[in-house]
Design a protein around this ligand. Structure first.
Ligand code: TYD
Length: 198
């Protein structure tokens, strides 16, 4: 089984992903947690480059994210799925479409990403939240909000809207209200994943 977590920056995706991993392990499943960009040894440098902010060109960014994904799929995701492990991945194809099509054409990016035929997740858990609310949550928890501030509220709201649009077109994308508490979200996720496990 292949599960992805999606949504704008700083909303607790990794926390939920690791919670899910722990729960599945308690049920005796073999699980790996991985992430993009930079989820395999070879592409750590690509992550650094992408997060440095030095590459502003959107096409160049898109291609780098996809190159990173190709290595990640081949070296980490596919081998784990072949061993019947459950793979939990923090960001995947939908991130490329939701983020890169803020500045590039949505249809073009969607088709381009699709053309690579990367292994399809069984379920994409999209944590839906407005950037303003995500910021408030971060402040309340005393977290640094640099990530969000540097990206800009307007930009992240556009990303969130792209995710919503994607969810309307694909029933493997589960929309989860990320305004709920951490525990409520974790329980919702367990329910969805449980349905698929059965
Ligand atoms: P990361 O530190 O993983 O963010 P987070 O902790 O919020 O998940 O940084 C990844 C950044 O890269 C994030 O801003 C989203 C962006 N991104 C894309 O724009 N396209 C992509 O295809 C991927 C995988 C990530």
């Amino acid at each position: 089984m292949f599960i992805t977590f999606e949504g704008i920056d700083g909303i607790g995706k990794s926390t939920q992903a690791l919670r899910l991993k722990a729960w599945l392990e308690k049920l005796n499943y073999e699980v790996i947690y991985t992430f993009e960009p930079g989820g395999c040894e070879l592409s750590k440098g690509v992550r650094e480059l992408l997060l440095s902010g030095n590459i502003k060109d959107d096409i160049a960014r898109l291609i780098l994210f996809l190159g990173d994904r190709k290595l990640h799929v081949d070296k980490v995701i596919k081998p784990a799925l072949d061993l019947n492990k459950i793979v939990i991945c923090d960001r995947y194809n939908l991130s490329s479409i939701a983020y890169q099509s803020v500045n590039l054409d949505y249809k073009f990016v969607k088709e381009f990403v699709k053309s690579f035929n990367f292994v399809e997740p069984d379920i994409n858990l999209f944590l839906d939240i407005k950037a303003e609310d995500a910021l408030k949550r971060l402040e309340n928890r005393g977290h640094a909000k640099d990530n969000i501030e540097s990206e800009g509220v307007k930009y992240l709201n556009a990303v969130n809207e792209n995710y919503k649009k994607l969810a309307e077109e694909n029933n493997k994308i589960i929309v989860i209200d990320a305004n709920k508490s951490e525990l409520e979200i974790a329980n919702l996720i367990k329910n969805y994943v449980n349905k698929i496990l059965k």
